[in-house]
Every structure is written in C-alpha cells, then in structure tokens.
Design a protein. Sequence first.
Length: 122
Amino acid sequence: MTSQAILIIEDDPALLRGLKDNFETQGYLVRTANDGRKGLDALLKEPPDLLLLDLMLPKVNGYEICQTARSRQLDLPIIMLTAKGQEDDIIRGLELGADDYVTKPFSIRELPRVNSAIAGSI
C-alpha cells in the first residue's frame, strides 16, 4: 500500500516542521516548501494527494499557486492555512479553487479534515 502524499507550502519554519512531523507520524508521505516558487515547482513536478497552502508566501503567493493548480486541472484537494481570516480573503480563496480554509492560529486537532480531504469527502 502506497502512502498518501501531502505537500505543505508554508514559510513559518516552526509551523512547517510541526505539520510535517504530525502528518508523518500518521503515515503520510510529506514534502515541504518554504516559499511559493519552490512550492509551485514541487506541485507541478509531482502533484500530491493533498496540498496544504499558506497564502502569504515569499516569491509566489498562495492565491497564485491555487489558481495555477486549478488552471492546470490538477485534481487534488487544497486546504488553505492562513492568518488572513477576513471574509473577502476566505471567499477569494474558495473562488480560486480551495476546498477548505483554516485560519491561523489553529489547533492540530482541527486538521482531521485532511483525512476527509484525501478521502474526497470535503
């Protein structure tokens, strides 16, 4: 059985490490990127089963990454993890193709949605 792959694009090193460690202990194959350019390159080179995406990233922002993924018809769930919690930001993210939107700070217990997303039930 192949592990499900998650790509996490996040520029906060502590949060990135915490998310990576958490999902690896759950058996997921986790790849990471700490800026938007590296993340977009990783996404397009080898699309994961799920994308966890920050919005405020250096080089390429999360909105652009989400829009590119959808314009290339990548069929994967995208969960935005961001400090941008205004209604306009949430609506914009969802309109660009995000499947879910989680505002920071959040509890790791809020992310069981990941299992649902990978299973296709978001």
